[in-house]
Design a protein around this ligand. Sequence first.
Ligand SMILES: NC(=O)c1ccc[n+]([C@@H]2O[C@H](COP(=O)([O-])OP(=O)(O)OC[C@H]3O[C@@H](n4cnc5c(N)ncnc54)[C@H](OP(=O)(O)O)[C@@H]3O)[C@@H](O)[C@H]2O)c1
Length: 332
Amino acid sequence: MRALQLTAANTFAVTSLPDPVPGPGQVLVRWQAAALNFRDVQVARGSYPNTAFPLIPGSDAAGTVEACGPGATRWKPGDRVLTQVVQGWQAGEMLPHHPRTILGGVLPGVLCERSALAEDGLVATPAHLSDQEAACLPCAGTTAWNALHGSGTTRPGDTVLVQGTGGVALWALLLARAAGARVLAITSSPAKAERLRALGAEAVHDYRADPAWDAWALAASGGAGVDHVIEVGGPGTIARSIAAVRFHGRISLIGVLTGVAGEVPTAALFRKHVCLQGIFCGPRTMTTALARAVAQHRLRPVVDRVFPLDQAAQAFAHLASGSHVGKVVIGL
Ligand SMILES: NC(=O)c1ccc[n+]([C@@H]2O[C@H](COP(=O)([O-])OP(=O)(O)OC[C@H]3O[C@@H](n4cnc5c(N)ncnc54)[C@H](OP(=O)(O)O)[C@@H]3O)[C@@H](O)[C@H]2O)c1
């Protein structure tokens, strides 16, 4: 089978490998599409923890079951499935060993034609989605679901603020709207602001034209502040997120787009009784709940562009450029 390998930092090679054989409790899946996440860019750069080259990158893929190994009963050939990113995290709280079971960094990734995975490491694909669309669910979708419906519950009438037009932000927008929430969004250009409005954002602010988006969000929420910030920037945006959230509001800390450590105005957090929750993807129960909600609401992820496997390096560079809107997909 053909597979993408990272042989060293930012060094991509499409190689030919033997087809995997499903072992006990495993199924063999023929992937049709994979979607990239910012984490894959970090893996390719060599900056993601617990990864060593050479490796097959990628955690998010969708395809069809081809064969079942001994004792595997959950799926049958022909079933359409997508990946569970943290393979060992089935339900409940995350435990210290779960991050060691993440696809495409610690475990071999899915930017290849076939994988043999544990039958519990897959989720059924919503029937209305193409495989290119379904590949967009696992990481960004589950993470947004966890933020909105994990520890906290998003209620109709809540105001949710999303940052940018990347995979997590657009899933948060779609899911918050499906839950009856109002969405405020910030982005880097008028063209992207137009896309956000078309997807259902009620108000959009260009943070390049005016960096003081916290003041804008306060005004746009009647001075009270928003109920929930989907925080993907990290240290460069957290202070404004704290300023923009309401008393007793929630900030879901998800991303590292501006760095992995920095100053946090801690006193402002407790003075407002803000709940700051870290989110790291989610268990299979959440990916399953996400897939059910996507089917029920006929949601479709935003696919920015589809690259062939031979142009995987360009796909990674495109995601890293930040010029995309939604998900960058690779056909397999
Ligand atoms: N914790 C987890 O489990 C988890 C899961 C998935 C992703 N993540 C992290 O979450 C972050 C987003 O991931 P993603 O896959 O959605 O990334 P992505 O698709 O690459 O999205 C990046 C987008 O974020 C926006 N952005 C960049 N800097 C910004 C800033 N300073 N303020 C506001 N918006 C900014 C830009 O959109 P505009 O041009 O529209 O502003 C950019 O295109 C990454 O750091 C990723 O590692 C974490």
